[in-house]
Ligand binder design. Structure first.
Ligand code: ATP
Ligand code: MG
Length: 409
């Protein structure tokens, strides 16, 4: 994991990309017929799994097929006051089901669920809905959100997940509300490690999946701040045989997508590593990947922060000022170093997620995970962020992807 800072500076801007719209296909709408047998290679060729072991391909997992009426009852008719959040493809509602029968239950009883209801007009939404059911039906890991079921009925597309009581990392890092306490340094590191483990599992030979949408809003937190990845709508099987990458149209979220993927459409596991690096910088600085409320040279967090990350002393100057110095200086410097490696312009020189898991585990074990330095570090221009809108996937309703502006390294 060498430092590749020097190699990054001269990289050229990405060239223009032509995006496919993919709007002409029709999709079936027969209730309950999701994705018959999956076309993915996973279960038959993978080694036998011990049920319940950490990180496995489920060959027998069957998320339940819910009727629309069941989910309407479970969410009390999709009550606006039970909305947990809203993304590019629709709103997510809180609901309740019986933990044994999965029938709708009274609010406050049984199993709490999160129901994502896709906007009906989006073809892209349907495709992503299918991809998500496909992947999450087969992959199980403590750091991936569990898909409890789905609903495919006429025009309705819904996904039913385990409820994650602490919501998204995005809300904790950037929302200004009494509901969200400041995330301590050690929790940030715990969440980073959880996210890294989730990605490492996806990249492992067991799964061989490229996630393609790693960002703070897709990292959900359970009551103990264990991180779980959600949103598998953009996930892709990794390259097979001797191929080094998957060629695909460019999808994702501006600010998080790797530059070589944006410019060539060549997707590798290292694209996820880049996105992970962006989130590490967000954890360090408490600032969003893209924030147009900042001065123009700071709109893109990574471009702005890179020179600071490369310098051990200057890193302290860009740390989230709300931490008020309560973090391990050595830990922050090491994390900045990892982020810089993840953000290397040469994808091959980025570390693997396995390497990052090891490095982050070592950081957790370090004795000075969180301490108050004797002197308050100087803050360099951090304004606390938080006013910007969430970076959403660059997908418009007509299925096209907005062309991201070139990254200036
Ligand atoms: N299983 C869940 N438990 C609790 N809250 C959830 C769950 N799933 C989603 N949410 C909340 O709903 C919000 C919206 O999620 P969603 O995945 O639809 O959009 P997003 O990730 O914010 O944006 P994008 O459309 O780019 O994916 C999340 O940010 C989170 O706060
Ligand atoms: Mg999401």
């Amino acid at each position: 994991m060498g430092n590749c800072w020097g190699a990054e500076v001269k990289t050229e801007s990405p060239s223009p990309i032509v995006f496919a719209s993919g709007r002409n296909c029709k999709h079936g709408s027969k209730k309950g017929t999701v994705l018959s047998a999956s076309s993915r290679r996973v279960s038959s060729s993978s080694a036998p799994q011990t049920p319940g072991s950490e990180g496995e391909i489920l060959s027998s997992s069957k998320p339940k097929s819910f009727t629309f009426s069941e989910l309407r009852t479970a969410t009390r008719n999709f009550r606006p006051d039970s909305v947990l959040g809203e993304g590019g493809f629709g709103a997510v509602f809180k609901g309740w089901i019986d933990e044994h029968t999965f029938a709708a239950a009274k609010p406050g009883t049984g199993l709490v669920i999160a129901v994502k209801k896709l906007n009906q007009e989006s073809f892209q939404g349907h495709r992503e809905w299918m991809t998500e059911v496909n992947y999450l039906s087969q992959l199980s890991h403590p750091n991936l959100v569990r898909l409890i079921g789905y609903c495919l009925e006429d025009e309705q597309r819904l996904l039913v997940y385990e409820f994650m009581p602490r919501g998204s990392l995005e809300n904790h890092l950037f929302r200004r509300s009494p509901h969200y306490h400041l995330l301590s340094w050690s929790l940030r590191m715990k969440i980073a490690l959880g996210g890294a483990r989730g990605l490492a599992f996806l990249h492992s030979d067991k799964a061989k999946v490229i996630y393609r949408d790693f960002k703070t809003s897709n990292v959900l937190l359970d009551s103990n701040y264990n991180a779980k990845l959600s949103d598998f709508g953009l996930a892709k099987d990794g390259p097979s045989g001797s191929r080094s990458h998957v060629s695909t149209r460019v999808m994702g979220t501006y600010g998080y997508a790797a530059p070589e993927y944006l410019s060539t459409g060549h997707l590798t596991a290292k694209s996820d590593v880049y996105s992970f690096g962006v989130v590490l910088v967000e954890l360090l600085t408490g600032q969003r990947a893209i924030d147009n409320n900042r001065p123009s040279e700071e709109h893109n967090l990574v471009e702005w922060a890179k020179p600071y990350l490369a310098n051990k002393r200057r890193v302290i100057g860009i740390m989230d000022s709300r931490l008020q110095g309560r973090y391990s200086v050595a830990g922050a410097q090491r994390t900045a170093g990892l982020a810089l490696q993840c953000l290397c312009m040469q994808a091959k020189r980025r570390p693997s997620m396995d390497q990052l898991v090891v490095a982050l585990e070592q950081l957790q074990e370090a004795k000075d995970v969180e301490r108050t330095p004797k002197t308050e570090p100087k803050s360099s221009g951090h304004r606390g962020g938080g006013r910007a809108r969430t970076p959403r996937r660059n997908i418009s309703v007509n299925g096209k992807v907005a062309r991201p502006s070139p990254l200036r390294a």
